[in-house]
Design a binder for this molecule. Structure first.
Ligand code: MRU
Length: 354
């Protein structure tokens, strides 16, 4: 099957259960409903946020309590359920669904998994809305659980395909956090790392800090520590030096949105990493589920890039009145990427457009 056929074969989730044993930053129980691990507090504190209102889900996504494109998609799916569960008695069901969709859809513009979940959730809603509120809630909850389980299945498949590219002495560099925390569970880039480690195809991981919010230092290091995978934390600015000194054999990162030509948006700092990898002859891979491909976009130039507050850049160290600019993502041109590791195999563009 060609890359294009694999993308065309993208299907609705079929898993019935959350696959295997893996850590998930998102949980649903009948007693408490939706709970999200507050990643803004990691690694110091493991606090779970209970979300009873869609506004709480939206706020958690916006402030990065739950983050990473696939985890945003899964939380959005559950967020639709929370929205219908918390609506006022006698309220207009369709109006409520639209309001909640708009609220969740306005949180983070770059991760296409958010739109992916809203579009599919709407289809489920449309099929059950006539049967009333409870039928719609039941159908959406069943679907959200399947989306969650399918995301973990996808990550495990991504891990298995990615591990085939790795060998025993590899020192692998990753950026931001594309681990269990960023997905339904298991992770994409960290899934590849985990699977490679389990198969004896990895020596060590380089984790870059990932300014400004330190997803590498706070989250990826925390995950690798729990997994018992050897790693070293490095500053973002040391990556070129590591590559040119021959200390990196491979780089693997996640993605927030991949255009039909393969241009890939990911956490700011990914593009310079890919440039350094190209200059040093280090293969640079993107690991992402098919839900992260946006085939409505011809190229990365069309990907909306989230701009976040200056406060995230300024932190505690900048002087009073310092001006800052904070684009949260960059776009790596397809020609810098050696392969897109998906749940259907390692793909190459062009991916089929709409
Ligand atoms: O701003 P964040 O922390 O949501 O950014 C996350 C990333 O850039 C990840 O690399 C991407 O979403 C893939 S997560 C599997």
């Amino acid at each position: 099957m060609s890359s294009a056929d694999m993308i065309r074969a993208m299907s609705e989730p079929t898993s019935q259960t959350v696959a295997g044993e893996t850590f998930s930053p998102i949980r649903w129980t009948d007693e408490l409903g939706l709970e999200l691990l507050d990643q803004t507090k990691l690694p110091r504190e493991e606090t779970w946020l209970r979300c009873r209102e869609p506004e709480e889900v939206a706020a958690a996504i916006y402030r990065l309590s739950v983050r990473g494109a696939p985890a945003i998609g899964v939380s959005t799916a559950y967020g639709l359920v929370v929205g219908l569960q918390s609506m006022e008695e006698g309220g207009d069901l369709r109006q409520r669904f639209d309001q909640v969709s708009e609220l969740l859809g306005g949180t983070r513009p770059t991760a296409v998994n958010l739109r992916w979940a809203l579009e599919r959730g709407r289809k489920v809603f449309e099929q059950h809305a006539e049967a009333g509120r409870q039928a719609s809630i039941d159908a959406l909850l069943d679907w959200a659980k399947r989306v969650h389980a399918a995301d973990i299945d996808s990550c495990r498949a991504i891990g298995a395909f990615g591990a085939e590219l790795f060998s025993a002495d590899d020192r692998v560099l990753t950026h931001c956090n594309a681990g269990a925390l960023a997905t339904g569970g298991y992770g994409t880039a960290v899934g590849v790392i985990t699977s490679s480690w389990d198969q004896g195809r990895l020596a060590q991981v380089w984790v870059d800090e990932t300014r400004p919010l330190l997803q590498g230092a706070r989250l990826t290091a925390w995950e690798l520590e729990r997994l018992g995978i050897p790693y070293k934390l490095v500053t973002d600015s040391s990556v070129g030096a590591l590559m040119s000194r021959g200390l990196v054999d491979r780089a693997v990162v996640g993605a927030d949105r991949i255009a039909a030509n393969g241009d890939t948006a990911n956490k700011i700092g990914t593009y310079p990493l890919a440039l350094a990898a190209r200059a040093a002859g280090v293969p640079f891979y993107v690991a992402a589920p098919l839900s992260t491909f946006d085939l409505t976009l011809a190229s990365g130039a069309e990907i909306p890039i989230e701009e976040r507050g200056a406060d995230e850049v300024l932190g505690a160290n900048a002087g009073e009145g310092v001006a800052a600019y904070n684009p949260a993502f960059d776009v790596t041109p397809a020609e810098l990427v050696a392969g897109w590791i998906t749940e259907r195999g390692v793909l190459q563009p062009p991916f089929p457009g709409d």
